[in-house]
Design a binder for this molecule. Structure first.
Ligand code: GLU
Length: 435
């Protein structure tokens, strides 16, 4: 039988990474098995499932490259089928009507649990069971005539021919009810696999309070979709060896439910950032440049393309997320950059620094060519001859040309900036802090 999985989100306008991880696992499993991955939009909460919320969901899936087979199924279009099934269950005595709570608000339809113990083998958690005494009858159609989640979810999984239901373990308890519904409806019970929660450092469900939690947040912050995909895939699954950076093909090839962990998975945003950096390094240069140029435009920096290309070459290895780019390169595009005041006090406003900078300036003015190799040699010679320490020379020069102590290496940075700018910046720094 062909494997069919589905992602069945209830759109709310934000897509939590925990939900997206469930989508990714369903996708990986379907692709690994040569099956199909379907989408069902559980849009019965009319207040929250607005067209914008649904669009946000579709955009997030698109961005992550989760291609869907077949038509999307919208649960609201299925209401009549759900109600018909409830009628059928009533007619067979498998459900009954009751004015719950005796409020006079009308009757709801209640599913009659079979009264037997229930068990199933979860694809991740192993055998699970529940005693009949712990399972009560439950509402399947509200008194206002709307079908309840359990009925809609099961009927739509039957309609879509789903063979494997892979979802969060907040649904484990529901599954015992769902199995009884499948049986009452005369349908095959699919395979179930429940994914453990994703949690924060305290072991509590990971939420917005712990940091970015929605796919859209990561997108805005400049994370790459392939990196987020890879990270979420490994959040509760492992390929069985120590591979971490994996292509989509490699993940599809290696993915099995048996290798999904049954204990909660802890979100580690530092690791995601590291992983994103690895993906940034791997981008083809042209792609990186296009992304970086777009970031400059967003930041209102109007850059000469050839110059910008050189700058991007310098920072490339240091970029962890796309959003790092603009703040990292400000001083390449404006002479009016800000200084790290703490570093200024520690490294610049010291006896002898004015003299050092004056000498460096004189050396730079005399160089036949001004490039990485020539400035490197000249400053090293100067360090040697003057007996000043390496840091005593480099730190002030670095602060003078960039305002900060970190950043790409000093000599290539100065080559890209060019002699004129470097000399002007030394003057400006002396004027600002040393006179
Ligand atoms: N809409 C439900 C949810 O997002 C679907 C659960 C399921 O996958 O069956 O929790």
């Amino acid at each position: 039988m062909k494997v069919r999985t589905r992602f069945a989100p209830s759109p709310t306008g934000n897509v939590h990474i925990g939900n997206m991880r469930a989508a990714i696992y369903n996708w990986l499993f379907a692709r690994h098995m040569g099956g199909e991955f379907l989408l069902r939009v559980e849009d019965t909460d009319i207040e929250r499932s607005t067209p914008e919320a649904i669009q946000t969901l579709l955009d997030a899936m698109d961005w992550l490259g989760l291609d869907v087979d077949g038509e999307h199924l919208y649960q609201t279009t299925r209401q009549q089928a759900h109600l018909d099934a409830a009628e059928m269950l009533l007619s067979k005595g498998l459900a009954y009507k009751e004015d719950k709570g005796g409020t006079g608000q009308g009757e709801c339809v209640i599913f009659r649990m079979p009264g037997t113990d229930s068990s199933f083998v979860d694809g991740i958690k192993g055998p699970l069971s529940k005693a009949a005494a712990n399972m009560q009858d439950f509402v399947i159609v509200r008194s206002n005539g709307t079908p309840v989640f359990h009925l809609a979810n099961v009927l739509d999984d039957i309609e879509q021919g789903i063979t494997h239901v892979i979802r969060g373990d907040d649904h484990v308890e529901n599954t015992f009810r769902h199995i009884a519904l499948y049986q009452a409806l005369g349908a095959d019970v699919p395979n179930f696999a429940h994914l453990p929660m994703i949690v924060n450092a305290q072991g509590k469900p990971y939420s917005k309070r712990d940091g970015d939690a929605f796919v859209g947040d990561f997108r805005e912050k400049g994370f790459l979709p392939d990196a987020l995909f890879n990270y979420l895939a490994l959040l509760g699954w492992s390929p069985g060896d120590d591979r971490e950076i994996m292509t989509r093909e490699e993940m599809v090839e290696a993915f099995t439910l048996a290798r999904c962990q049954s204990s909660a998975a802890q979100v580690d945003l530092k690791k995601l950032t590291w992983m994103n950096g690895e993906y940034m390094q791997k981008l083809p240069a042209a792609e990186f440049e296009a992304m970086a140029s777009a970031e400059l435009r967003k930041a209102g920096i109007d850059a000469d393309p050839a110059y910008a290309q050189k700058v991007f070459g310098l920072i490339r290895e240091r970029v962890k997320t796309v959003a790092d780019i603009a703040p990292m390169v400000g001083y390449f595009f404006s002479d009016d950059f800000e200084y790290d005041e703490k570093a200024v006090r520690k490294k610049l406003q010291k006896d002898g620094v004015a003299d050092t900078l004056a000498k460096v300036k004189a050396i730079f003015e005399l160089l036949a060519t001004f490039d990485e190799a020539s400035t490197d040699k000249a400053l090293h010679d100067f360090v040697e001859e003057s007996g000043l320490g390496f840091g005593a020379v480099m730190a002030p020069v670095r602060l003078a040309v960039s305002g900060i102590q970190s950043g790409p290496e000093l000599f290539p940075t100065m080559e890209v900036l060019g002699r004129e700018r470097v000399l002007q910046r030394i003057d400006r720094t002396v004027e600002l802090y040393l006179t």
